[in-house]
Design a protein around this ligand. Structure first.
Ligand SMILES: Cc1cc2nc3c(=O)[nH]c(=O)nc-3n(C[C@H](O)[C@H](O)[C@H](O)COP(=O)(O)O)c2cc1C
Length: 219
């Protein structure tokens, strides 16, 4: 797969089938992850893959609870506001997120990246994104989720046997599976809306009206 196609179309693929992901594909995703950079090349990470049905069932219950908590706190009123504004994009994200909360136990693979001794917490994210891009190249859909880490860090650590005294922090739970939906170009606010040139607040002297990478006729 061409790199720009992967960069432009790796989306939150929440709706996935429960078909297992072959071991060689999982190995390729993780081997790509650990080729990524980390501060000082410290590689202070661990990647925990979970496929066990009963563990994923428990994670699904925790995820559903965490999702409710998110909607009662940070996301409070978000759905109603989106409905009032007729904001279809936010409504789609919320309904797709709800699908994952309702169906988490069907996901065939969840990958938990952990990090420690990293004051910025930034070293884990190149690896996370590399893993998601490698998954995309294998037609495996992924979703980077953080809601479990926000509300259920301890419960997840206990379930997965993470030692409590070694400083490991969970960065995300990445759900992985073969897509039920279609890959598509990520829609975003135009680049010139969020880029400044030379000084804060100075718009660049250029604009990009349409995505610079476009899907081919074959999709
Ligand atoms: C740091 C981070 C945390 C996220 N946490 C969640 C989450 O807990 N649950 C979820 O369903 N999606 C989560 N997402 C996925 C985003 O909602 C999604 O990527 C975003 O809406 C853009 O949609 P797209 O990837 O389909 O273009 C997260 C994404 C990021 C980058």
């Amino acid at each position: 797969m061409e790199i720009f196609e992967a960069l432009y179309t790796t989306r939150a693929m929440r709706r996935v089938s429960s078909d297992p992901i072959p071991g060689d594909v999982v190995r390729s995703m993780l081997d790509a992850a650990i080729r990524s950079p980390s501060g000082g090349n410290s590689q202070n990470w661990r990647w925990l893959t979970v496929t066990d049905r009963s563990a994923i069932g428990v994670l699904g219950e925790l995820y559903a609870e965490a999702w409710v908590e998110l909607n009662e706190t940070f996301y409070k009123g978000k759905k109603e506001a989106a409905e009032e504004r007729g904001d279809e994009a936010t409504k789609r994200v919320l309904s797709s997120s709800q699908w994952l909360a309702d169906n988490f136990e069907k996901v065939p693979l969840v990958v938990f990246p952990f990090f420690r001794n990293d004051p910025s917490g930034a070293s884990i994210y190149p690896g996370v994104w590399s893993m998601m891009l490698a998954a995309r190249a294998h037609n495996v859909g992924t979703t980077l989720t953080t809601v479990l880490g926000i509300f259920k860090q301890k419960e997840v650590a206990d379930l997965l046997g993470v030692p409590p005294d070694k400083g490991w922090q969970n960065a995300a739970a990445i759900t992985c599976g073969y897509p039920l939906g279609k890959w598509g170009l990520a829609k975003r606010a135009p680049v010139q809306n969020v880029v400044y040139e030379e000084r804060w607040g100075t718009s660049p002297g250029w604009s990009v009206d349409e995505s610079l990478w476009k899907p081919t006729a074959q999709g």
